[in-house]
Design a protein around this ligand. Sequence first.
Ligand code: SF4
Ligand code: SF4
Ligand code: FES
Length: 250
Amino acid sequence: MTYKGKFRVWRGDGEGGELQDYEVDVNEGEVVLDVIHRLQATQTPDLAVRWNCKAGKCGSCSAEINGKPKLMCMCRMNTFEEGETVTVTPMRTFPVIRDLVTDVSFNYTKAREIPSFTPPADLKPGEYRMQQVDVERSQEFRKCIECFLCQDTCHVIRDHEENKESFSGPRFLMRIAELDMHPLDAADRQHEAQDQHGLGFCNITKCCTEVCPEHIKITDNALIPMKERVADRKYDPIVWLGNKIRRRPS
Ligand code: SF4
Ligand code: SF4
Ligand code: FES
């Protein structure tokens, strides 16, 4: 069964643009990305859209559909009424390159600022030993496909370009939390999260968790435990006393 779907797609570049209306054939079983591809093939050959796998695994086709951050390849057309206008816009948190394609290099910059796994200096490869429970704890975070929908939705940076320098966003705070949970990681991840990557900006609204296509519990399992460990270190009187004594010059 085919019907004429109403689409409103943002067209433009970094200088500006506007929403344009189109009517495109929609077939049974299709997703938004199928229809965007048909639009590109039949009416707008210059429409810029980024995609790769069409299977929800490469994280390339992130956009906003009716204002909600989503993967275009995982958004089924049968979730809309036939007469409904489906609006597709680029992710708002990142600068537009053209049409539905945004410049997500902010995320790569933040990723590079996080030191990789840092084992103790005296531990050689092959000597690493971990409990299975510790392996499983971080497994959830490894499902991340780097679609950056959580980054797009986080209100701390969504409309606040000025916060981008000091706040790295949920995807990267989750990465730091994952490293902090690693029993062999010797870096000071709590200091890193709080002072260099802006953990304190997060007010645990869970909006990032809601949009994650991998259903990672970003807030409950990464950000809140990280905040708790930072607070323990700062306010636990025994830890505080220990730090004071350690810092005292001999
Ligand atoms: S829970 Fe924190 S990181 Fe996630 S969207 Fe809310 S403020 Fe941003
Ligand atoms: S945590 Fe989820 S929403 Fe965020 S980048 Fe990874 S897969 Fe995408
Ligand atoms: S095209 Fe790969 S996640 Fe959508």
